[in-house]
Design a protein around this ligand. Structure first.
Ligand SMILES: Cc1cc2nc3c(=O)[nH]c(=O)nc-3n(C[C@H](O)[C@H](O)[C@H](O)COP(=O)(O)O)c2cc1C
Length: 163
């Protein structure tokens, strides 16, 4: 089964998780890039405001077409209890190619469940599996096990039974 791991990451945390997931699966990883400049307080403030109201940002074309993959794993940082605007834009652009999708997010402390629920509403159907990773868990030895659990949950949706 071909899998695309696609993510937006401002500070590298979501990229770390995406890279680890892709490495475990031997999958392709692709980054979502914005046109907007998010440097500085103004960039972050406008990004947070857009996230809060669910306004998508303008994103560049990604290297890989999600329609060419059997499964897409989509990752975002949590911004004010919402997905980053670039990820909202990605859902809007590729909705038809995201019939088999899983979501993950990274967060400082909280808001991940809310962000994942907002992604589900934006997409229009539930993802196959979700994963929420707090920053402090990134260096935790248990992260590898959590990634494995997430991936085996996805595998079960494919085979219809626990492995
Ligand atoms: C604009 C903005 C809003 C954020 N809002 C939240 C939040 O609501 N809850 C939270 O736990 N962390 C929040 N964070 C922290 C990020 O979710 C967290 O640092 C995440 O791991 C960043 O991922 P990245 O390094 O891939 O960009 C926010 C960060 C930014 C820049």
């Amino acid at each position: 089964m071909s899998t695309l791991v696609v993510y937006f990451s401002q500070g590298g945390h979501t990229a770390t998780v995406a890279t680890a997931i892709a490495a475990r699966l031997g999958a392709t990883a692709a980054v979502i890039e914005e046109q907007a400049d998010r440097d500085g307080v103004l960039g972050i403030a406008t990004g947070a405001a857009a996230a809060l109201i669910g306004h998508p940002s303008t994103i560049k074309a990604t290297d890989h077409d999600p329609a060419a993959f059997d499964l897409v794993i989509l990752g975002t940082p949590v911004w004010v209890g919402a997905p980053a605007p670039a990820v909202t834009a990605y859902i809007d652009r590729h909705r038809d190619a995201l019939d088999r999708v899983a979501f993950f997010c990274t967060e400082a402390r909280s808001g991940g469940a809310q962000a994942l629920a907002r992604m589900e509403r934006r997409l229009g159907h539930p993802p196959l599996a979700t994963l929420e990773v707090a920053e402090e868990a990134l260096d935790d030895d248990a992260l590898g096990q959590r990634l494995d659990d997430f991936l085996s949950e996805l595998d079960e949706t494919r085979t219809g039974s626990p492995q």
